[in-house]
Design a protein. Structure first.
Length: 335
């Protein structure tokens, strides 16, 4: 159990280290305006914190740096929110007031989060188990092609081009209408099975030579919808802001994030969550922290926005930015 003084000293060490990137010594802490303790007292408590595993001593300096345990204690008990972040809230508000699609606004918000923090930002859509198909329609491009449109109850629109050579216009329209009736208000996760089962029973259409093509077009569309439930911005920041010095370790991290394994690494959450290093599944390094904040699409559907950055991250700035953007995304979807 840490004393209040030790908590304050640990908090100061972490926040100074986050700002400077340099090991923190007792002399610097003695001059820290919020402490007011003697150098001897600070040295004693730093020794206790080191022996307890909250601090580590570097080989090149007499100062101390936070350990993984120290960061964990800080995030669970000591971190505060920087009120100066409020100055960028009007910029965020103006983004969410734009007259454009929800998908575009949300992706731009994640881009902005990455720009404001200089870290990698991610948004995970709600679990598709709760996403329903609202409407299926099509737009004819010419006599050879049409675009199938699938609209979800979240306002997401997925398009899939379909070759209609030899497929009569009336026949194609009737098919799409039948599919709309079949899949409307059904869960997206069930759509492939419903579609395949109905075609096998010949419930949907009697034009057997086109069944395989139609099923394939819809399955490709549903697959794309699942993949596009993850949007990532600022991946290059992993290189410029990373504490990872081993090129192979950095390569493995970038590979995991680029291969859509980001969903497994981040996971879903219904509260503010911190994962340090390998606390996150599939995370190949201990030198990253993932901060996750939930947003709501409906009373049942919850998505996640996340920041992936160095363990030496400006948490006091990042957390309120994420919470404010998540709050705006929730308001956007519930309009």
């Amino acid at each position: 159990m840490l004393t209040n003084r030790q908590k304050l000293i640990l908090k100061a060490i972490i926040e100074i280290y986050v700002e400077t990137g340099e090991p923190v010594g007792s002399k610097l802490l003695t001059d820290w305006p919020y402490l007011g303790y003697s150098s001897a007292t600070i040295r004693y408590d730093m020794q206790v914190l080191e022996e307890s595993g909250y601090l580590e001593k570097t080989h090149t300096s007499s100062g101390r740096v936070p350990s993984r345990l120290g960061y964990r204690y800080y995030l669970d008990n000591l971190v505060t929110r920087d009120s100066n972040v409020n100055t960028v809230f009007p910029m965020i508000d103006s983004l969410f007031e734009r007259e454009t699609s929800k998908d575009v606004i949300v992706k731009r918000a994640i881009d902005l989060l990455s720009e404001l923090t200089n870290y990698t930002s991610v948004i995970l859509g709600p679990n598709e188990d709760l996403t329903r198909i609202k409407k299926i329609d099509f737009v004819k491009i010419n006599d050879r092609e049409a675009v199938i449109l699938i609209v979800t109850d979240r306002g997401h629109v997925q398009s899939q081009t379909f070759k209609i050579n030899g497929f009569g216009a009336t026949q194609f329209k009737e098919t799409i209408t039948t599919l709309d009736e079949l899949l409307r208000n059904r869960y997206l996760k069930d759509a492939k099975e419903i579609l395949s089962r109905s075609f096998m029973k010949d419930d949907v259409i009697g034009y057997m030579e086109y069944q395989e093509k139609i099923v394939d077009a819809f399955i490709r569309a549903f697959t794309k919808m699942s993949e596009e439930d993850v949007y990532l911005a600022g991946l290059g920041n992993m290189i410029t802001q990373s504490e990872i010095e081993d090129p192979e370790e950095l390569r493995r991290l970038l590979y995991v994030l680029d291969q859509k394994d980001v969903l497994k690494v981040i996971g879903r959450t219904n509260k503010l969550t911190f994962k340090i290093g390998r606390e996150a599944e599939f995370m190949p390094t201990d030198r990253c922290t993932i901060i996750s904040v939930p947003y709501a699409v409906s009373d049942e559907e919850v998505g996640t926005i996340a920041i992936i950055g160095p363990t030496r991250m400006d948490y006091a700035k990042v957390i309120p930015l994420m919470e404010y953007i998540a709050k705006n995304i929730t308001k956007l979807y519930k309009k």
